[in-house]
Design a protein around this ligand. Structure first.
Ligand code: ATP
Length: 503
């Protein structure tokens, strides 16, 4: 695995996985572009998630809802009122920071002093943040008394009172500029699932329990985006809302925890690197009865959330349904006079209409990518003493499955065979197969190690009967990324050979 975030950032830029967004104009903080190899890896991660959660199950439907949503969706979901992070400004330079990040990044003695000023134990950091948010005037004084420094200037700041900052991006819709013609870029994909609940049930005749899966972009105006693609403003999520009868929710919650850990394992992110955080009651989101956060041990950052698996009770459908009063909801919801749909389904036993409970496994694609890259990253010292970097990606995730390399790029008899092999292998439908004649073979191998290509196929003079060993005619050399073993394989058997190893 990678030792530092820096190592990964540098590989990602050098080999074309990830670039800073709008880079040629100085970059835009919190936005990243996925390059030629990044888009392949990302697509492969998403395809694997979709296969496991939609195709291999019989209790799941897919969905792709729109990104811009009616403001009433985000009002009744609770996001207008509560989707905010506390921020503070430094009056000296007008820089703005997310309060908890600002305090957490100070020297230990400064953090301890802030905690003491607020009368909280430094051991319980969330309680310190909660106190700062609850008593803003005291908080401002505490930050100054403790000497909290501005990460940008390095000097002690002149801090304002903490204020909530709503993280949703708002945008105007249509040509009129009146007060009501705005919508939001969704801050999570989940709301598109809840608002389509009835459409999916009516069109598929689903019965409880069943789930709806969705992969898509979400947008959060993070106050301090940072740590490469770990915290970005435009992110992608892979979310499931799994609907079940009230009373069966706890059992499904445990099942989903297991299922999700197994999936991560299959992506090369082992359980031993994931801590399961049973989120303490006082830190739970307002809609949640219980949440497991999967915390992955990221290089440099340490354990941070890669996926949240929440029991959201009947809060979401209960918030978006009409006729709330007659439905016996268990969650406390705000009154909804706007919805025109009753979001119920027959209870599996009584057949009476019920608002189901929901278990939500929600994973970030960007954070998945970072974890997968980090686990695959390997630095090896070879027998001859030289060092190589190799990405030991699981084959189904590798951006390039096979590189086909002609040993001489200006010898038609060799290049034509190499091109024919590329075309044949491409037809297997395994993903990208690259015809590669960009330079010397040593460099090509090095590059393909670094981007995780499982196999390099080399076409040489022996292949076309112009080498020293006539027995090698119509064979190619296949080089294994991990073992470095080179095997001579008959061209007629190559597709089967590759297919058997890459499936
Ligand atoms: P955090 O506490 O790190 O801000 P969160 O608890 O707000 O995350 P959720 O709302 O539970 O995150 O979102 C579900 C998943 O979406 C997270 O587990 C994470 O993988 C991903 N995610 C959330 N916010 C971001 C972001 N700003 N950048 C990248 N991925 C994100």
């Amino acid at each position: 695995p990678a030792n530092s975030m820096e190592e990964l950032v540098s590989l990602c830029k050098r080999r074309g996985f990830i670039f800073q967004g709008s880079e040629i104009y100085g970059g835009l903080q919190g936005f990243y572009d996925y390059g030629p190899l990044g888009v392949e890896l990302k697509n492969n991660i998403k395809a694997s998630w979709w296969r496991t959660n939609v195709y291999e199950r019989d209790d799941m439907e897919g969905l792709d809802a729109s990104i811009i949503m009616h403001r009433l969706v985000l009002r009744h979901s609770g996001h207008e009122a509560t989707f905010s992070d506390p921020m503070v400004d430094n009056k000296k330079n007008n820089k703005r920071y997310r309060l908890d990040h600002l305090v957490k990044d100070q020297k230990a003695e400064v953090v301890a002093k802030v905690a003491a000023e607020m009368g909280e134990s430094v051991e319980n950091f969330p309680a310190v943040v909660a106190a700062l948010v609850a008593r803003p005037a005291q908080a401002s004084a505490a930050l100054m008394a403790a000497g909290v420094r501005d990460p940008f200037s390095g000097e002690v700041g002149d801090w304002t009172e903490p204020k909530p900052f709503n993280m949703m991006f708002r945008t105007t819709i249509g040509p009129t500029a009146d007060e009501d013609s705005y919508g939001y870029l969704r801050p999570e994909t989940a709301q598109g699932i809840f608002t389509n609940f009835k459409n999916v049930v009516d069109s598929t005749s689903r019965r409880l329990p069943f789930g709806i899966a969705q992969i898509g972009k979400a947008f959060r105006n993070e106050i301090t985006p940072r740590n490469f693609i770990f915290r970005v403003r435009e992110l992608e999520q892979m979310e499931i809302e799994f609907f079940c009868a009230p009373g069966t929710d706890e059992e499904w919650h445990e099942k989903w925890l297991e299922a999700r850990l197994a999936w991560w394992e299959a992506q090369g992110v082992p359980r031993s690197k994931i801590q399961i955080l049973d989120v303490p009651k006082e830190d739970l989101a307002h809609y949640s009865k219980r949440t497991y956060d999967l915390m992955y041990d990221y290089p440099t950052l340490g354990y941070e959330e890669i996926e949240g698996i929440a029991n959201r009770t009947d809060f979401d459908l209960g918030s978006h349904t009409k006729a709330q009063a007659e439905l016996g909801l268990q969650a406390r919801v705000e009154e909804n006079q706007d919805s025109i749909a009753k979001l119920t389904i027959p209870h599996p036993e009584t057949q009476k209409p019920v608002v189901p409970f929901v278990i939500e496994p929600s994973a970030g694609v960007d954070r998945a990518m970072l974890a997968v890259l980090s686990e695959a990253f390997t630095k090896e010292t070879l027998e001859n003493g030289s060092e190589r970097i190799v990405l030991k990606l699981r084959p189904h995730l590798a951006p390039i499955k096979v590189a086909v390399i002609p040993l001489a790029r200006n010898r038609e008899e060799i290049t034509s065979v190499a091109r024919a092999i590329k075309a044949d292998l491409q037809k297997l439908g395994l993903g990208r197969v690259l015809y590669e004649d960009s330079g010397n073979i040593g460099k090509a191998y090095r590059r393909h190690d670094e981007v995780g290509t499982p196999y390099c196929v080399t076409v040489d003079f022996d292949t076309v009967g112009k080498g020293e060993d006539p027995n090698l005619t119509d064979t190619v050399t296949v080089r294994d990324r991990d073992t470095l073993a080179q095997e001579r394989v008959k061209i007629s058997e190559l597709a089967g050979w590759i297919q058997a190893r890459l499936r």
